[in-house]
Design a protein around this ligand. Structure first.
Ligand SMILES: [Zn+2]
Ligand SMILES: [Zn+2]
Length: 323
């Protein structure tokens, strides 16, 4: 029965996680760490549900919170804001990692934490981030490393001439005389895996492929971090305000607010490209030329025009082959 609401699930999990639990006998001291880790992952999932609850679900959650009177919930305050639940979810995710379990929900929350840092303008590569969530940060870093290594291997398999700077969009074919002739992605992908494009159009075309490297673990939306939530959010990165139970209680409004999304097109894709120098070129078929192709170099024609000219040359070459 009680498993049907996040609060009911959390009450059941308290017998594994809360030594002061009175509802059911506490058995957390007697279970293996792997099972305890799973309980933390489940608790993280239950709090994640609270974070993304609709206004109608929030109203029901408040009823359940009053009914079950869990210690953790009472400390946070009935009807605590979404972001306060997010921080508790991070705590459980962190403890799951500490006990050796990096579950999908753990990674999802870890990547959300990373995206929140970015939306706060935190340079995550430069900060110590936080001592409090260090195991969770390490889990995120390890996953990122795996993603990057996978991509690096994939790129090596399909690599053509590594000295040629080729637009990363499939089928484009525009190249640069120098690296700077193409424009690199301005997103968060690591320097060694940064794709280069001839134009924004090619960046857009390639986004479905590049997304998993540029925005790994992207969840589409984040808990709202305006108002009191911002000091909680900054606490995650240890940027001034501390985040302890008392602070959370003081900043909790009396009723649960609906979750608001901060996602927009900017979050969806880094449409920006770093500027490029001159020197883009394209090779096009020319049956009568030595080597069967000529190189069209242009600093005045745009990428689209270069491709159109190549297409015409291809059609003409095909026509000549047939005749
Ligand atoms: Zn291109
Ligand atoms: Zn990128």
């Amino acid at each position: 029965m009680r498993m049907k609401s996040p609060e009911g699930a959390l009450t059941a999990l308290d017998s594994f996680l809360d030594p002061e639990c009175t509802e059911t006998p506490y058995v957390g001291d007697t279970i293996p760490p792997a099972l305890k880790a799973q309980a933390h992952s489940c608790a993280a999932l239950a709090y994640h549900e609270k974070v993304f609850a609709t206004p109608a679900e929030c109203a029901e959650i408040v009823v359940q919170e009053r009914r079950f009177q869990r210690k953790e919930t009472m400390e946070l305050g009935v009807g605590a804001p979404a972001f306060a639940h997010f921080v508790v979810a991070l705590d459980h995710a962190n403890q799951s990692v500490q006990l050796g379990l990096v579950s999908p929900i753990v990674l999802r929350l870890g990547f959300m934490m990373r995206d929140i840092g970015t939306s706060l303008g935190v340079d995550l590569s430069q900060t110590v981030r936080s001592r409090r969530f260090r195991p969770l940060w390490r889990a995120v870093d390890r996953r990122l490393e795996e993603i990057y290594v996978e991509e690096w291997k994939k790129q090596r398999r399909v690599a053509r001439d590594p000295a040629a700077y080729v637009c990363a969009a499939e089928g484009c074919g525009i190249r640069g005389e120098k690296r700077q002739a193409l424009r690199s992605c301005a997103g968060r992908c690591p320097p060694g895996l940064k794709p280069r494009y001839c134009s924004k159009k090619c960046q857009k075309q390639d986004w479905s492929r590049h997304k998993s490297i540029c925005k790994p673990g992207y969840v589409g939306e984040l808990p709202s971090i305006t108002g009191p939530a911002e000091s909680l959010a900054r606490g995650i990165f240890e940027l001034g305000d501390s985040v302890d139970g008392e602070d959370m209680e003081n900043t909790s409004p009396p009723v649960a607010g609906p979750f608001t999304s901060t996602a927009d097109d900017r979050d969806e894709m880094p449409f920006r490209l770093r500027p490029a120098g001159p020197g883009q070129f394209i090779d096009m078929p020319a049956p009568n030329a030595p080597g069967g192709s000529i190189r069209l170099t242009s600093n005045t024609l745009d990428a689209e025009t270069l491709r159109v000219i190549r297409e015409r040359a291809r059609m003409r070459a095909r026509g000549q082959g047939a005749g």
